[in-house]
Every structure is written in C-alpha cells, then in structure tokens.
Design a protein around this ligand. Structure first.
Ligand code: B12
Ligand code: SF4
Length: 455
C-alpha cells in the first residue's frame, strides 16, 4: 500500500523573518562562511515533525513518501492509496486545495493537525477523513480501514495518548539536505498554563506527558546533526525529567534550543547546567508588558519586573533569549511601542520577536471575540501573526500592523544588535546572522505595508 504524507504550506510574512535565502542574495554570503553548522547551506526550513512522526507510526508494509511544500513542489499525478495532509491555520486554504486535487483523481485523503483538529466539519468538506488530535491514538485504525476501503469520516483519540511507548519518528523518507541542519525533537506534550490566545492546552491538554528518557537518548544518539531543536511547548516543566534530559544532551556535546517558561530562571544552578549541556537559545513568551493583559490573557505569567530580571539572568548565564511579544490585546495601544523598546534596551534581549495578536480558531480569545462580533476575517491565510483579523480596542487595524513593524524596526537598530550580540561571543556569527534575518524581515514587511498592506 502506498501512503503520501504532505505538509501543506502557504507562504506568510513570517517567512521574511527566517528567510536565509533572501539574506544570502543580499550580499551577506560572506558572513555565512563564518557560521556554525546550524545555518550551513543545507536548505531553508525546519523539518515539520508531524510527518516523520506519522511515518514512525506506519507499519512497514506501507510504502511512505513525504512531501513538504516548504521545500518540495507537489505533483498531483502521483499515485497513492492514501494521502495524509498536515497543516496549520494559515495554510488551511492551501491544504484544502491540495486535498481537492487528489480527491478529484479518486485518491483518498485524510486531513490532520492543529487546524483540522478544531475545524473538523470544515476540514471534512475537503477530505474523506479528518484526524482529530494526536495520531498516536488512532493512526493504526486509519491505515487498517484505508486498506479495507472503509475509511470513517472522523478519527479521534479516546484520551491523550501516552508518549512512554510511542515509536520514535522515522526520518528515512526525508531528504535532510533540503533543511537546516537542525534535528527537531519532542520530549513532552501538553502545557499546564491556559493562555487565552493559545490552542496548545486545548489540543494537547494541561497535564504534561513525557517520553521515556531512554527513547529520547536513543533518538539523540542516532542523529548526525549537531543542533537539536526541542519543539516541546514548554520544556522543563517537570524538573526531574528535565535534569535527566540535560545529562543526556551534555554527553552528546550537541548544541540545543527550546521553548520554555521564563520561570526556568528562578533556579540559577539550573541555568548553569543548561548552559553546560549545550543550550544556546531559549524561546520565551514575553506576551505583554501590561499587567492587566497578563492577568486577563496569560494568567500565571510573570509581571514586567520579574520578566526583566529573568531575561537578564538567562542572558548572564550565556544563553540567548528569543522573546515573543504579542501586540493587540485590549490593554495595548500605540504607547506600548515605547514601553517595549525600553524593555528591549534594558534587558538586552537577544532576539525580540513581535507579532500581532492572532485569535486562532479553537482558542478562548477566538470564541470570545466571535461572540462580541470582533472577528472580521475567516480568510485563514490572514491568520499569520501580522495581519489584523479582529477589531482591536485601542488601535485601528492598520495601526496595529504598522505598530508591529515599527517595534520590529526599532528593536533591530544596528547598534543595539551589535551590543547585545556581543554578549554571546561564542555564538556571535550565528546570532548576528539571525538578527540580520529578523531585521530584514521587518524591513521587508515595512516595504509591503507601504505598498498597500501585508499579503
Ligand atoms: C515547532 C513549531 C514551529 C517551528 C517549526 C515548524 C515546522 N516546520 O515544523 C517554527 C518556529 C518554524 C514554527 C512556525 C510556525 N508555526 Co509553529 N509551532 C511549533 C510547535 C511548538 C510544535 C510543532 C511540532 O513540531 N509538534 C510535534 C508534532 C509531532 O506534533 P503535531 O504537528 O501537532 O502533529 C501531531 C497531531 O497534530 C497530529 N497530526 C498532525 N498532522 C497530521 C496529519 C494527519 C493526516 C493526521 C491524521 C494527524 C496529524 O498527529 C501528530 C502526532 O501526534 C507548535 C505547538 C504545538 N504543540 O503544536 C506550534 C504551532 C503548530 N505553530 C503554529 C503556527 C501558527 C506557526 C506559524 C504558521 C506561525 C506563522 N505566523 O507563520 C509558522 C508556520 C511556519 C512553518 N514553516 O510551518 C500554531 C498553529 C496554530 C493553528 N491553529 O494552526 C501552533 C499550534 C502554536 C500555537 N501556540 O498556536 N512553528
Ligand atoms: S502560550 Fe505557551 S504557556 Fe501559554 S498555554 Fe500556550 S504553550 Fe502554554
């Protein structure tokens, strides 16, 4: 039996922030020579982990092909017994188009991933089946039913699947030369927080489930890449698991990055062990500078002073910080631009990342705004973190978009970039390169806004 797994992907302004190939074209090629293996000339994107995960769950009697629209051009003449398509909200329309093309040829299609899991009926209009939630809970059934020609309309896991015994992802059908030399790995799922603007706790639950340290160790030891990206939503929530993980990574001498909660910086000793184990970059949700916004939308997150202290601590421990900030909450206004610029300066935040509030379907904020008639677009490709898709309280729609770009441009002034990057001398070339990438991304968005709007 033949299975094609596809990552449907529609380009968005987000690409501008990480567009290494644009950077190469503009005369920074020499800088590239200085860089670590992370950004060597191998490809231009990160491997979407859902596809090798599905491949790992697929029995050996299925012949699996993986296609990712970030790096591959699709050929709709391919033959298959089943096509599985993974996608996020901004790529939903593209995914439906791709699904429709295969179905026209009589090929069965199943859709899955974060958008299909919440917009099940919509996804069902373009597919034979919809996978709701984590495939570990139902994928075997899908394949069995597909081989008998008896696919059901919806598949869902009875409960959140345990990750203890789940097979490791299978990357054998992936041409790694098309991607950054980064190995994506997931060690936990779920997040105990319940931020209103996020769907993660809805999709994966608030109880953190963990893979066994043995299987993580096996996976890490089997990959040749010298850089690991932990795609866990909130690595380090379970301290015992985390400390065991640090031991494993330390022994491999690989570098790594992860998304964590800023609270990780409560423990100075832990930060030191993280640095010793090869941690070079942490992605943290700064979310908002407004105490009121935090209280309403991100309960349990830190106040501004604590955030400032924790960001500094991580940076002083030698680890870079990519701080994700969202603009457009009800207590935000154009004044937020200056408050934020001040915060970036004070903390020397390595990579400020600013985006417009995007109420993804399935999140509480989406449901609340829908009730208040504040959602103005359900054109999913607009759900790209830069376009305003709702009626903001203290901004005009265009004002929110220009403010995001203004903050971005302010944050990446050359002098400030050099000052803060110099703090990470061991990662200087790579961090400088990434900062250029961000800078050029915001510049490109500014040009697009001038020409009449973002996509
Ligand atoms: C790592 C990550 C990234 C990385 C890597 C992206 C990549 N190429 O893989 C980066 C930083 C580049 C990134 C970018 C973006 N991301 Co992102 N990302 C994540 C994160 C943290 C983990 C994703 C992951 O690898 N999970 C591990 C795999 C194994 O899990 P999974 O993908 O969910 O797959 C499981 C199930 O969903 C299901 N499944 C998935 N696909 C399919 C398909 C079929 C057929 C079936 C049956 C089942 C199925 O089974 C899988 C196994 O259980 C998630 C948060 C999260 N927990 O989902 C956000 C998340 C997926 N990202 C999100 C978004 C919006 C984006 C962007 C679109 C942002 C933007 N504006 O551009 C971009 C897209 C860029 C891109 N190239 O894809 C949103 C999606 C929300 C939504 N409703 O769509 C999430 C959920 C974050 C959030 N808090 O809202 N992202
Ligand atoms: S935004 Fe981060 S901390 Fe909040 S629920 Fe989502 S994953 Fe958890």
């Amino acid at each position: 039996m033949k299975l094609i797994l596809i990552n449907a992907y529609e380009s968005s302004p987000f690409d501008d922030l990480f567009n290494m190939s644009a950077l190469k074209k503009t005369g920074f090629a020499a800088l590239k020579l200085l860089l670590s293996p992370l950004s060597n000339s191998r490809g231009k994107a990160m491997i979407p982990l859902a596809l090798p995960t599905l491949a790992g769950l697929t029995p050996a009697d299925w012949d699996v092909t993986i296609l990712d629209e970030q790096v591959d051009k699709l050929n709709f003449d391919l033959e298959a017994d089943l096509v599985g398509i993974s996608f996020n909200t901004p790529s939903a329309l593209r995914a439906y188009y791709v699904a429709d093309q295969f179905r026209k040829k009589g090929i069965k299609v199943i859709l899955g991933g974060s958008h299909a899991s919440v917009m099940q009926e919509e996804a069902a209009l373009h597919s034979d089946s919809v996978g709701i939630g984590e495939a570990e809970g139902y994928w075997h059934q899908v394949l069995e039913d597909a081989s008998r020609g008896k696919l059901k309309k919806f598949y869902t896991a009875e409960e959140y699947p345990s990750l203890k015994d789940s097979p490791t992802p299978d990357f054998s059908a992936i041409d790694k030369s098309k991607y950054f030399a980064i190995h994506p790995i997931q060690t936990t799922r779920g997040c105990p927080y319940n931020c209103e603007f996020c769907t993660v706790h809805k999709l994966f639950g608030r109880h953190v489930r963990m893979r066994s340290i043995e299987s993580i160790e096996q996976e890490i030891n089997s990959v040749e890449e010298n850089f690991l990206a932990f795609v866990d939503d909130n690595l380090g929530i379970n301290k015992i698991h985390f400390k065991n993980l640090l031991e494993v990574v330390k022994n491999t001498k690989k570098k790594w990055a992860a998304q964590v909660n800023l609270d990780i910086a409560e423990d100075q000793e832990l930060l030191e062990s993280m640095y010793d184990s090869g941690c070079v970059l942490l992605l943290v949700g700064i979310e908002s500078m407004s105490a009121r916004n935090i209280e309403i939308y991100a309960a349990g997150k830190n106040d501004m002073d604590t955030m400032e202290l924790y960001v500094r601590r991580i940076i002083d421990a030698g680890i870079g910080v990519l701080g994700m900030y969202i603009l457009g909450f009800d207590d935000d206004s154009v004044d937020s631009i200056d408050i934020l610029a001040e915060f970036f300066k004070k903390t020397q935040l390595t990579f400020p990342s600013i985006s417009a509030l995007t109420p993804f379907p399935g999140s509480d904020i989406y449901n609340n705004m829908k009730q208040e008639n504040r959602i103005v677009s359900t054109q999913w490709s607009n759900y790209n973190f830069f376009k305003t898709v709702f009626i903001p309280k203290s901004f005009l729609a265009e004002e929110l978009e220009t403010s995001v770009v203004k903050i971005g441009l302010k944050a990446y002034k050359m002098r400030d970039v050099l000052l803060r990057t110099w703090k990470h001398r061991d990662m200087f070339p790579l961090f400088l390169f990434l900062s250029f990438s961000f800078k050029m991304g915001y510049q490109s968005m500014a040009r697009k806004l001038k020409k009449g709007g973002l996509y």
